[in-house]
Structure formats: C-alpha cells, structure tokens
Design a protein around this ligand. Structure first.
Ligand SMILES: *Cc1c(COP(=O)(O)O)cnc(C)c1O
Length: 416
C-alpha cells in the first residue's frame, strides 16, 4: 500500500501547495502606483470609485467602504441601534468576528444550530428558539427574553463557504418578530439568492476583502444597504464621527472646511491604496468565481464515489460564490481524526483549513457565555469533521488533481 508521507512515504507533491493565496496581477500594481503618485493615500477619490463600482456590481443603493468586514459588521450593529440590553441571533459555525461585534456593543450573542447539508444557520431552529425563550411585550411591542428581560433585535446569518442562507425563511421570521437582518457576507461576494445578488436583500450586508477571500483589497470591507438613513449615519461613523471627512474638507471643490461631531465614531474608513487593489479585483471577480466553480466541480466528480467524504451541497435557486471547498470526513470509518488527517495531508505537501472550529469550543466564549458543544449538536459534529481543501484561481488544474490524489491516498491508507 502507498505509505503516507507522514510515515516516511513519498509525498504526492514535491512543492507545498498552500491552502489559499491571493491573485494579484499587473492591473492592481499599476493602480496602486498611480495612487502613490497622487496626494490622496487614505479615503479619497479611489475609495469613492470603488464604492460606486461595487454598488453597480451588487445592485444595492449604497456601498460604504471600511477597513475590514469586521468594521462593517460593527457599524451595522451601531446604526441599527443594537446595544447593552439586546440579544442578537447568529450561528456557532463562523469566524469569531461575527460574535465579537455583538460583544463590542455589549449585546449578547444567541447561537442557533446549523443545517447539516449547507452548514448555514437553520431558520427552523431560529423560530424554535424565539418561541421557546421570547415573548412580545405588548406595552413596548418588543421581543423580550422571558428569563433575562433582554430584547431580541437582530439576526446575523453567515453565508458559509459562499452558499447563501435560506433568506426567504429568515426574512419572514424577521418580519414576523420585527428583527433586523445583518448579513455576514464575508464569503459571499458574487453569490446570488433566487437571482438576486447577496448584498441587496437585508438591512445591511457586509463583505470582506481579506487577502484570501474571493477578491481582495489587501484588507478591507464593504457594507451595502438600500436604506438612505443608514447610509447617512454610516458616513460620519467611519471617520471618528466627523460630519465631513478630510476629502470633503481639503479638496479643491470642498463645500466646507468646518466639521462637527454629533455621535461618537470610529476610524474605520478604507484607504485609497486598498481601493486601488479592490477596483481591478472587482473587475476580475466573475472570472475568479468561474474558476472556483470549475475546480469545485472537479472535486465533486472525483469524490462522488468516496464514502468517507461528504462533499459540499448546492441547493435551491442560488449562485454559489465557491469561496471554500469544505468536505466532511466520516471519521467513524477512518483510523485517524480530522486533525491527524490534516497533518498527514500537509506531509503530502497539501495545505488545508478548518471552517470553522465552532464558537462553542473557543475558550473566551465558552468561559464567558457558557456555550457547550452539546447545545449545538450539528455545528459540533461538523466542527470536528470538516476541513477545507485548497480552492483558488491561482491554482492550475494539475494542483486540483494533486489534492484529489493526496486525499484519496490517505483515505485508502487510513480506512478501518
Ligand atoms: C473573514 C471573515 C470575517 C472578517 O473579515 P475581515 O475583513 O477580516 O474583518 C467575518 N466573517 C467571516 C465568516 C469571515 O470568514
């Protein structure tokens, strides 16, 4: 039998294939250089252009560029008035910033378990949670927790791996109980739900341009909304609360040189250097997603008859953004657990990632909020078995087949 490299066999690949890599071309370099030759390095004309192009691509009324997706999520909670005595529902299977922004506002994250097929938050369980723990206070018309008296204000669905959540069901619940919906769309730029782009359907939607997301701006985020009153609150919020940012005050056609502060804000604005990377990346986004789709379909075909691997589903009338290719290992059929499998894969010179280790396993949240793995049986099940294989447009088809060979080699060797 073919010995795994971790047990001194020959690795499938000679050179290491990283789990993810950004794809930067000449256009990005040219645009950044152009910006460096102007006097506007931080928020300015390029950021404005990036926002306009993003708006046009998504089809939302407004787009506000931020330092990160985390900042965009935080700003969403602020402008929707979520704070001290509020509860916010989200998923345990997410990146920590989804939960952190709730805690920044001194609100309480309420985690609701996921669907076994999509790994997205389960609307049926949201409804169950609400009917079990909350009731409408007829005097204030607010949804109050029966035990703590806290108010449920919002739901943050996360489109895991780029597969849109069941938005019709989520929006219906939100409407019924008068809740805001803030989408964590960090994985979902370019995704569509029933022919509508993600970024057009909820109160706000937040995208990430972290280097290994579907498109990058080195770092950076974007908040989209169709609500003008939210946009008006967001503009000062990302420049420390100032009523006019530097660009509005110092440029030649500035209408005012004076400013005031009505509400406290944050320094959350994007820089023109970031926007210079984002603009050409956005132009390439659909091509990037096509390549991700092609590589996903190769994986799907190759793993179809492999009983030990559950491949990602695509269900409903959606466009999957194919940000990640997370498989679920049936570890009951194997002699190794997920972590050892990843170590063995690394020895074959193939990188991989975990999306995600559930929030219920991480010390801070576990200790401070008392989450337990048994409270979220499906998220805990997935959290212990999932691993994401390399999937990015900078890979070539041979890389994809190397990953397939390495995974199949290890499955065969470690079969019980
Ligand atoms: C990457 C990511 C974020 C945070 O994005 P940043 O731009 O790095 O702040 C938020 N949520 C999810 C699900 C993510 O994967």
């Amino acid at each position: 039998m073919n010995t795994p490299a971790i047990l001194s066999g020959k690795p499938v690949r000679k050179d290491f294939l990283p789990f993810a890599r950004p794809f930067i071309g000449e256009e990005e370099k040219k645009e950044v250089l152009d910006t460096l030759n102007t006097d506007w390095l931080t928020i300015g004309p390029k950021t404005k252009r990036f926002e306009d192009l993003f708006c046009k691509y998504i089809g939302s009324k407004f787009a506000i560029a931020t330092t990160t997706c985390t900042a965009a999520l935080h700003c969403s909670l602020i402008v929707l008035g979520i704070n001290d005595n509020d509860d916010v529902i989200t998923t345990p299977l997410t990146y920590v910033s989804t939960v952190n922004v709730i805690l920044y506002q001194n609100a309480r994250p309420i985690l609701v378990d996921i669907q076994k097929d999509t790994h997205n938050i389960d609307p049926v369980k949201i409804e169950e949670k609400i009917s079990k723990d909350y009731s409408i206070d007829t005097k204030t018309n607010k949804l109050k927790n029966k035990h703590t008296g806290r108010t449920l204000k919002a739901i943050i669905p996360v489109h895991i791996a780029g597969h849109p959540c069941d938005m019709d069901e989520i929006l219906q619940i939100a409407k019924k109980y008068n809740l805001f919906v803030i989408e964590d769309s960090a994985h979902a730029v370019g995704a569509e739900y029933k022919k509508q782009k993600i970024g057009t359907i909820s109160d706000t939607s937040c995208f990430s341009f972290y280097p290994i997301k579907n498109m990058t701006a080195a770092q950076g985020g974007m908040l989209t909304t169709n609500d003008k009153s939210l946009e008006e609150k967001l503009r000062p919020l990302i420049v420390n609360g100032m009523s006019a940012g530097a660009w509005q005050r110092y440029s030649k056609d500035a209408k005012t040189m004076r400013w005031d502060v009505d509400e406290i804000g944050y320094n959350y604005c994007m820089t023109d250097i970031q926007a210079s990377i984002g603009i050409p990346q956005l132009a390439k986004l659909d091509k990037f997603i096509e390549t991700r789709e092609l590589y996903s379909s190769i994986y799907n075909k190759e793993f179809l008859d492999c009983k030990e691997i559950i491949i990602p589903v695509k269900r409903g009338d959606i466009r999957h953004a194919r940000h990640l290719y997370p498989i679920v290992l049936d570890i009951d059929r194997l002699k190794v657990d997920r972590n050892s499998f990843m170590d063995a894969l690394k020895a074959e010179n193939i990188g991989s990632g975990i999306h995600f280790r559930g929030i219920q396993y991480l010390s801070y949240y576990k200790n401070r909020l008392g989450f337990k793995p048994e409270d979220f049986p499906i998220a805990s099940y997935i959290s212990e078995r999932t691993l994401s294989l390399p999937l990015y447009p900078k890979m070539v088809e041979n890389d994809v087949y190397d990953v397939v060979s390495a995974v199949k080699k290890l499955i065969k060797y470690y079969l019980k």
